[in-house]
Design a protein around this ligand. Sequence first.
Ligand code: N01
Length: 649
Amino acid sequence: MNIPGNNTDLRNALEDVNLPNLLAVVACITGDDYWLQDKFAPAPIEAPDGSMFPDDSGRYSDEIAAEIKAAAVQVISELRDGRRPMPPAPDQARLQQLMSFTVAEPVDDGYAAMLMEETRFRDRDDQWKAQLQQAVAAGRAEDFLVVIIGAGMSGLGTAAKLQAAGIPYVVLEKNDAVGGTWYENTYPDCGVDTPNHYYSYSFNRNPNWSGYFSKRDELFAYFDNCADEFDVRGNIRFNTEVRRAAYDNKTNKWTVDIQTGDDAEQISANVVISAVGQLNRPSMPDIPGLQDFAGESWHSARWRGDVDLSGKRVAVIGTGCSCVQLLPKTAAVADRALVFQRTPHWVSPARDYYRPVEQGQLWALNHIPFYAEFHRARMIWSFGDRVWPAVVADPDWQQSGLSMNETNHGMREALTEFIKEGLGEKTHYVEKCVPDFPVWGKRLIVDNGWYPTLARDNVDLITDPIKRIVAAGIEMQDGTVHEVDVLILATGFHTNQFLWPMDIIGKNGQTLEAIWGDAANAYKGVSVPDFPNMYCLYGPNTNIVHGGSIIYQVECQIHYVMQCITAMLEKRLDALEVRAEANKTYNEEVQAISRTLAWGHPNVESWYKNSAGQVVNNSPFSLQKYWQVTHELDLADYHLQQAGDNEAA
Ligand code: N01
C-alpha cells in the first residue's frame, strides 16, 4: 500500500478514525501484545442514544487515546518512509484475538473464519480456484456456457467470478443497464439500510463511500463501475428478457428462450443461474378501481421523476420501507400527503443515517494498512449477529404474543418510546403506529424522520380499510372519499413467486411454478430437485431480517455455486442435481427453526410468508451459520451424471 502525505496528514486523519480499529492496526503492524493490555481495552460496543453506530472513541481516556494515536503516527510513518517492512496480514488466530479485544466481546472461531474471508485476509476463492484453473487449462470449459439471468448485484458478482476463471458465460438483463433494484428504484431518498462498508462486495470494497448509508445514485454508480472493473459488461445482453428455460434430459442442457425487442432467440446452456432477486417485479395492490383514478399514479419502483409533486395532494398506499424512505421528501413539497397504512412497521432510530464519512476516515480507509479490513469486520460484527439472541423465542417467555424474549421486549419498549417522542402532539397516532408483532418480525426500518413526518400538519395517517379507488381519489369502506391529485403505490413486490414470470421447466417437464406453488424451497436456498445444473441466488429462505447485508448472503451462494461448477468441469459431469431427500431434510429444518424466530411469529403477516403462514423468503440462520452452511459443497447431496453416462454416484 502506498501511503501518501506527511505526518500532519496522518495526524489530521487520526482525529476522525475509530480508535479501537486503530488499535488493531497498530497491534497488527507491530505484532506487539503490549497493545492488548487491559488499559487499552475499549468500552463494550454500545450505541449512543439515537445511533446505530457504536461510539468511535472506544471511551478511552485522553491519555490512552493519545498514546494509541502517537504509536499509529510512528509506525505508519515508518511504513510510509520505508523504515519498517510491511507486515503480513493477520492470520485467523490473530484476527480473532484482535477482534475480540477491540469489540470487547468474544469472537468465536467460526466468526473469525468468516471474517477472514469478508476482510479478504484470506481469499475464499482459494477453495476452488486451483481446481477450476486446471480444468479450464485442460480445455473442459470449451463448449461450456453459463447463462446468468439478471445483471443486478447477484448477477454481476457471479459474472465477476466466471470472468476471472475463464468460464464462458452470458448475462441476460431485461433492463438497458446493470444494477437491478438500484437501477430501477429512483424514488426520493432511496438508499441502503446497511452500512456501505459492509454493503459492498468483499472482493471489491469501495473506500470512498460518501456516507455511511449511501443513496441510490451512489449505489447504482458503484454497481455500474463494478461491471467495468470486473470486465463483464461485454458479456451482458441488455434489453433481453428470459421468457422460458427448459432442461433437456437427452443433452443435459438448458434451452433458454429470450426476447430482445421483437427478436426471439434460443440459447443452449450447460448451467443456468437465476440472479433475478426477490424484489424486482412490482406488486400492484388488489384494490378495485385502480384504473379509474383520474390523476397520475405509479408504483414506488417506477418513480415518475417528471411529475412535480409541489403543491399537490398526494396519497401513498403502503407503509413499508419504500414508503418510509420516500415520504419525508414528498411531504416536504406536497400540499397534503395522505398515508394509507394497513400494518405499521417497527422503525429504528438512526442518528448516523445521513452522516457523511469524515475526511480523516476516508483517508484512513484509503491509506492506512489493514484499517479498511478492520472497519468492515467491525461493521459486520456490529450490524450482524449481535442481535440474533433477541429474535429467538424463549419458550418460557410470558409475553409471547408481543415479543420473543426479555431482550426483544426491551426493544419493543424502547421503540414504543421512540414512536411517542417522534409523533409529538399527534398522540392519537401512537396506537396506530405500534405494531402488534414482535420487533424483528419484519426487518427494522432505518429511520429517516418517519414519525416527525407523520406528525406534520400536512400529513394524515389513515388506517381505515380502503374500499376502492375512484376517479377523484380513494374511497373508504364508510363511503368517505379522500380526493388526491397523485396516487403512489408503495405496495412492494411479487416476492413469493421467485422466478416469475419466467417459465422454468425441469427434467420432468414440470414448471418450477407448478412444483413450488407459493411454497418455494431450495437446498441451501440454491439448488432444486428435478432442476439439474440450475442455481438460484437470493432464492427461497435466504433473505435476512435481523441485520446484515444481502451482498454477504449472495456471496455465500456464489461461492457454493462456483464449487458446483468446479465439480462439473473437474469431474466431467453433465449433470449435478440435488437429491430430493437432502432438500426435504434441509427444508424441514428451515421451517422448524423459522417457527421459533420473530419473523415466523403468528402475529406477523408479511411478504416473507406464504398463504399457509410458512416463511418462504427469510433465512432461518444467523449470518455466520449461513456462511458455514454454504461454505463446503458436499457432493453426496447430489446426483452426479457423468458425460455420456447414467447417474455415476
Ligand atoms: O414493500 P413492502 P416495500 N392495500 O412489501 C402495503 C426492501 N427495501 O417496497 O404490511 C393496502 O415492505 C403493505 O401492507 P401490509 C426491503 O427488504 C429496502 O416498502 O402487507 N396496503 C405494506 O405496508 C423491504 O422489505 C430498502 O399490511 C397494501 C406495503 O404495502 C422490501 O424492499 C428500501 C396492499 C408494502 O411494503 C419491500 O419494501 C426499500 C393493499 N392491497 C425497500 N398491498 C432499503 O433501505 C400491500 N400493501 C435497503
